[in-house]
Structure formats: C-alpha cells, structure tokens
Design a protein around this ligand. Structure first.
Ligand SMILES: [Zn+2]
Length: 283
C-alpha cells in the first residue's frame, strides 16, 4: 500500500512535469505575438526577434560572450537554433558576440552589408562562418525579407560602391524597418544622422526606435526625432569610455518619446500582438 502511494506520487509528479513542459512548448512556439528582445550585452547592439511561429532572427551580435548567455536567458533551455543573423556593419561591438553564438546555436542564414574588417576578431568570425558553411548574403536599399508574418525593408546602404567608398564603417551600416501587425521598428546600427535624414519620412516614422550609435551625438537631433516620432525608444549601450549615451541625446529622447529604455540598466522586451497592441517589459 505504501509503495502504491509512492508510485502514485511519482506518477502525479511526472504528469505535472509533462503538462508544464507541453504548456511551455506550446506557449513558446505558438504565441501569436512578435517578441523583440533588446538584449543587455554590454557596449554594443544585439536584438533578438522571435516570430509567432518561433523563427529567431538576431540583429547584431554584441561585443562578446554576454550575447550567447543572454540568448540562454530569453530562449527555452532546449533551443539550439537561430534561423538568421544580421551583421549591420563589421565593428566588434556588433559582430564579435556572433562567434560564441555560432558555436552555441545552429545558424541558418547570415546577412550583412558586404563590408569587412582586417582585425583578428573579424578573421575569427569569418573562419567560424566558413567552418559552418555559411556565406553572408549582402543586403542593400530596397531589399525586403519576409520571415513568417514579419516584414523587413532595408533602407541603407544604397549599394556596393557606397559601402566600398565609405570614409567611416558606421556610414554604411544597415538601416532596416521591420513591420508586424501594422506596427513598425527602425533599426539604425551606428549610422550618422545625415544618412538617416536622406531616408523618406514615410519609412522613418515608426513606433519603436533602436536609438542610433548607442546614444552618440552623431546619430540624432531634434529634427530627426521629429521625423521618426517613436512611442518607444531603446538605447543599446553598456559601460564605455565615449560618454554614451550623451546627455543632449537623452534630453531629446525624453522630450520626444513616451517610453525610453536603455540596455545598460535592463533588458527590454517589446511585444506586438496580432491586433497591433504594443507592450514593453523590462527586466
Ligand atoms: Zn556600435
């Protein structure tokens, strides 16, 4: 009788665990929302987009090992796949963290602007891509990517020549607009405001802005914020010697956006429901 009780207890626990596991899997894979995680990875950019059917798209890889561990924090423990990664420009605070991501997860596609860097770290990144049989696909203005119900439009750089002739690697970073359920995001890499201002306003105006260049003075001004008019702004920044984010930029953001988040203080998650409702959670 005592053994029966034990057996019943164990079966009950197994059942509870199974139900928990099924609910976790179902809610993770079949959440109808788009989830966008602005990860806390130190001084650099790394944003994970998860579509309603569970496709994972990582825009920039951050400066180092913290990206892979942040992915571990927001993805379920059994996750081993990132469907696509995008390198906005080859500077270490945007690509170096991809090296560990590529060693931890199976990556499906790599997108970039075609630019390279002669640093040792970029060499390791390229070697890691080669070892995994991955060839970056180059994106320019006008290219669209549709991942499940998420639509992405590339707004800069214009072409190969612009990337090749850029005086500064920041100038030719990929700027992209992402849309889902009538709501929009602007991913701005580290591009200067002059580059952003040549984009037609119909594409610049968005609900959620990834603040350009970690809140540097080069990326934003009042005029540009008046064109973008975001409800939510996120500064991807960490401990740094550049004084990012600059006080002037913080003041402009505070004046022109309803909600402001910065990843040196917390990881921000933006959720868009199929009905176009925006919710932001920071932790
Ligand atoms: Zn940067």
């Amino acid at each position: 009788m005592k053994d029966d009780k034990h057996l019943f207890g164990i079966l009950f626990l197994v059942l509870v665990f199974d139900v928990w596991l099924y609910v976790s899997i179902i809610s993770f894979y079949f959440s109808p929302d788009l989830r966008v995680y602005f990860l806390s990875v130190g001084q650099g950019d790394a944003t994970l987009l998860v579509t309603p059917d569970g496709k994972r798209f990582l825009i920039d890889g951050g400066p180092g090992k913290r990206t892979a561990s942040e992915l571990g924090n927001v993805l379920p423990p059994w996750a081993r796949r990132i469907d696509a990664i995008l390198v906005t420009h080859p500077q270490s605070d945007h690509f170096a963290g991809f090296i560990d991501v590529l060693r931890t997860y199976r990556v499906g596609y790599v997108f970039g602007n075609g630019d390279e860097n002669d640093t040792q770290t970029f060499g390791v990144f390229k070697k890691t891509l080669r070892e995994q049989g991955l060839n970056p696909v180059v994106l320019h203005t006008g290219v669209t990517l549709d991942i499940s119900w998420m639509h992405m439009l590339v707004l800069s750089p214009k072409n190969d020549a612009e990337v090749k002739n850029a005086k500064d690697k920041n100038d030719s970073g990929i700027v992209a607009r992402v849309e889902f359920a009538g709501k929009s995001f602007l991913f701005t890499a580290d591009v200067p405001k002059e580059i952003l201002k040549r984009i037609p306003q119909e594409f610049l105006a968005v609900d959620i802005l990834k603040v350009p260049h970690h809140g540097s003075k080069t990326g934003l001004d009042e005029e540009l914020m008046g064109m973008i008019k975001p409800k939510v702004s996120v500064i991807e920044v960490g401990k740094n010697n550049y004084g990012h984010p600059k006080k002037e930029i913080l003041n402009i953001l505070i004046a022109h956006t309803e909600q402001l988040f910065r990843t040196d203080q917390e990881r921000a998650m933006v959720t868009i429901t199929p009905g176009g409702k925006i919710a932001v959670d920071a932790q």
